[in-house]
Design a protein around this ligand. Structure first.
Ligand code: IPE
Ligand code: IPE
Ligand code: MG
Ligand code: MG
Length: 299
């Protein structure tokens, strides 16, 4: 039985921060300005929710955290790249991220674009070069690369970002909105659970289905909560503009369904996610804590 997850959170965050910094130490191979922008975007004060999902999934499957460090790093690199590009003038045009200037404001636009490109490539390199995966799971490396690529590629996160931009100023149906959110954010969150799960089978096929279902539900709930926070919290609390969605006439859960319906949908997904976890036994306490955190967080 793992120790209560909440007390482990700072340790896991420190653990992934150290691993992220380690993979960004190649001063002789990378132009200095590029490396500085990559480090700025990655090592800022992010919540590290996706790495925490990786470690909580490792706890569920009784895997040592060291086995999933590189998966957590790869996912966080892709996440950081997605934020750099999401904030660009041609996308959401935001100046503030994690309480600091966005990467294109702190550096310049071309450097920011290229830092994002470099982080995406580095994410896949980490999955291939990690000595732990090479030694213990060489048969799974190609599968991990495939999972991450499909989660963030044209049918996943990038496709979702295209739909998000195309939806500005339009009236989407609830089904279109759900598909957009599932892709732009849900798929990467889902990968943070499904990639570690690739390393060790669940107790049985029913558990595998419940875990997959939990991953999908919590991925969507995460983005609905993000939309609600932008309505309910201020810029200082969020560390990013509380006015961005309105300024860009984005299709969000509150704008399409109304705030009350958006909250009801988040509650519904939360209840379904908890029900899926209940089937997975006592080792799912970490995922349960994260599930509560994701739908109750204030930033
Ligand atoms: C924000 O993600 C971007 C979305 C996909 C909604 P997070 O809320 O996880 O951002 P950080 O990493 O903590 O800054
Ligand atoms: C971000 O979505 C999704 C990705 C970066 C892939 P949003 O644009 O809604 O997130 P924030 O509010 O800027 O963090
Ligand atoms: Mg966006
Ligand atoms: Mg944005």
């Amino acid at each position: 039985m793992p120790a209560h997850f909440e007390s482990q959170v700072p340790r896991y965050q420190a653990r992934v921060n150290a691993a992220l910094a380690r993979w960004l130490e190649h001063p002789n191979e990378t132009p200095q300005q590029l490396l500085a922008a990559m480090r700025y975007a990655v090592l800022g004060p992010g919540k590290r929710i996706r790495p925490l999902l990786c470690y909580a999934t490792a706890e569920l499957l009784e895997l040592d955290p060291g086995k999933v460090d590189s998966i957590a790093v790869a996912i966080e690199f892709v996440h950081a790249y997605s934020l750099i590009h999401d904030d660009l003038p041609s996308m959401d045009d935001d100046d503030l991220r994690r309480g600091r200037a966005t990467t294109h404001r702190a550096f310049d636009e071309a450097t920011a674009i290229l830092a994002g490109d470099a982080l995406q490539a580095l994410a896949f390199q980490v999955l291939i070069d990690d000595p732990v995966l090479q030694a213990d799971y060489p048969e799974h490396q190609a599968g991990l690369v495939g999972l991450l690529a499909s989660a963030v590629g044209p049918a996943g996160m990038v496709g979702g970002q295209v739909l998000d931009l195309a939806a500005e100023g339009r009236n989407l149906t609830a089904a279109e909105l759900e598909d957009l959110h599932q892709r732009k954010t849900g798929r990467l969150i889902e990968a943070a659970i499904l990639m570690p799960a690739k390393l060790r089978p669940t107790r049985n096929e029913t558990d595998a289905l419940q875990l997959r279902s939990f991953a999908t539900l919590i991925g969507l709930a995460f983005q609905i909560r993000d939309d609600i926070l932008e309505v309910e919290e201020d810029t200082a609390t969020l560390g990013k503009s509380a006015n961005s969605d309105t300024a860009n006439a984005k299709s969000t859960y509150p704008s399409v369904l109304g705030l009350e319906q958006a909250k009801r949908r988040a509650d519904e997904l939360y209840a379904q996610a908890v029900a899926a976890l209940d089937e997975l036994g006592a080792n799912s306490v970490g995922l349960r804590w994260l599930c509560d955190y994701i739908v109750q967080r204030h930033h």
